[in-house]
Design a protein around this ligand. Structure first.
Ligand code: GLC
Length: 427
């Protein structure tokens, strides 16, 4: 009798073990951030589970900020955490993740023919030393949004240059006398978004962040400093309120959709949100155009976007690949584009009749995305970004900041980091 009981208990225990192993094996862990169209994501993921019996996709939702999300993902990768299979990757990270041996090279799965179906800029961003480390999900490029109704009221044409934008904002703010209205809302908090915004000002004044060929910072140049000074003296001090220095994308967009900002810089998804009467008080009064430039120079939009990468420490890379393939498929990207207005990474969707019917402006977006300026591609992007974030933040937040001195220090520090690439060419 006793031996029967023991046998039964053992049988039950081993059954439980088998079940729990089976569950563990069929779990796929996906580290992502919360999409503004959560329902669409849920459906796409549920569809994957339906087609992969026994597989459960477990999502871990990380912070929205690129900088904070980077901390979360890199901590897991540094710990060789096998609990993360697939992760979101900002367009600036593949070089770093590849050099550190964290992201799985995908060449075995992601053929050259498949890669050709995507826009070339994000594919290039995912390449490092001839191998590919991520599959682009959607692309971003900085755009200018403005209050069509207010510009029309004062008979103003949308601004082509930054000084023109400032003059228009001053005029409208003076006439409207609305204490809650601000001229310009964008992302000036100290984080990655600040780099995107400042790069647009700097490059649209004919300068750059650093010289990629000679591995030297260029922030000490006159045109770069002039652009930074303009942001501090004209944008932050004259036409925005101080709160703008603490904004990332969601806060700056909220100000605009509440009708409290005249001009707004954001990524393409802002169009859908700003024109949705459920989420915006200014639906139907929004204009959108390329960002202004300084006189005599070209407008520049920073290239952004997100990819899916597979962890080198995943226990199930093949299943992870099937998931990545599913999430970046034409159908999934189409559903995401339809629901969010985010720019798909697959070129064909810019000619898709259903997508164009919902987002007619996508045909011109294609050009914006192909012309957008990538942030320089290097495995040491993050330390360089940190130095620049500190520089830009002090330079624009402190009214009498010594920009010459700050730029000199930032340049010196950046050059030291860039020197690492020279000393160790293998990295
Ligand atoms: C968007 C872009 C990303 C960028 C980030 C900065 O998410 O897609 O590339 O780094 O904004 O806030």
């Amino acid at each position: 009798m006793r031996s029967f009981q023991v046998k039964t208990i053992l049988a039950i225990l081993s059954f439980c073990l088998i079940v729990s192993e089976a569950t563990a094996q069929s779990q796929l862990r996906f580290v992502t951030w919360r999409s503004e169209a959560a329902g669409v994501w849920d459906r796409i993921i549920a569809d994957f589970e339906t087609h992969h019996a026994g597989v459960e996709v477990v999502r871990e939702i990380g912070p929205h900020s690129s900088t904070e999300f980077h901390d979360l993902v890199t901590q897991k990768l540094r710990n060789r955490d096998p609990e993360m299979d697939v992760f979101f990757m900002d367009v600036i990270w593949p070089g770093e993740f590849a050099a550190a041996g964290w992201a799985l090279p995908l060449d075995e799965f992601f053929s050259a023919a498949q890669q050709k179906e995507f826009l070339s800029a994000p594919i290039e961003a995912n390449r490092y030393r001839g191998r590919i480390y991520g599959v682009p999900l959607f692309v971003d490029a900085g755009m200018l949004y403005f209050r069509k109704d207010l510009l029309a009221k004062y008979r103003l044409a949308p601004p082509r240059t930054w000084p023109e934008l400032v003059d228009q904002a001053k005029l409208i703010l003076a006439r409207e006398r609305d204490p809650y209205l601000t001229g310009y809302s964008a992302q000036f908090k100290q984080y990655e978004g600040l780099i995107c915004n400042m790069m647009e000002f700097i490059m649209s004044n004919g300068a750059s962040l650093w010289d990629e060929q000679n591995l030297k910072s260029t922030l000490d140049g006159d045109q770069a400093k002039q652009a930074v000074r303009f942001v501090r003296d004209q944008i932050v001090r004259k036409i925005s309120h101080r709160g703008v220095l603490a904004y990332q994308e969601p806060e700056s967009l909220a100000l605009f959709t509440q009708g409290k900002a005249l001009f707004h810089r954001n990524w393409p998804y802002a169009w859908e949100v700003a024109n949705d009467p459920k989420r915006s008080k200014i639906a139907g009064h929004v204009g959108m155009m390329p960002l202004p430039s300084f006189p005599g120079h070209k407008s520049v939009a920073t290239l952004g976007g997100w990819q899916l990468g597979i962890s080198r420490f995943s226990r199930n890379p093949r299943l992870a690949w099937e998931f990545v393939q599913h999430m970046t498929s034409r159908e999934a990207q189409k559903q995401i584009a339809l629901a969010t207005g985010r720019g798909p990474a697959r070129a064909a969707l810019y000619h898709d009749p259903e997508v164009l019917a919902k987002h007619p402006h996508f045909s011109s977006r294609y050009e914006t995305f192909t012309l957008a300026a990538p942030r320089p591609r290097t495995p040491v992007y993050l330390p360089l970004s940190n130095i620049m974030q500190r520089y830009f933040s002090s330079a624009i937040a402190i009214p009498d900041s010594d920009i010459d001195q700050l730029a000199r220090l930032a340049t010196r520090d950046m050059d030291r980091v860039l020197d690492l690439l020279r000393e160790r060419p293998s990295r």
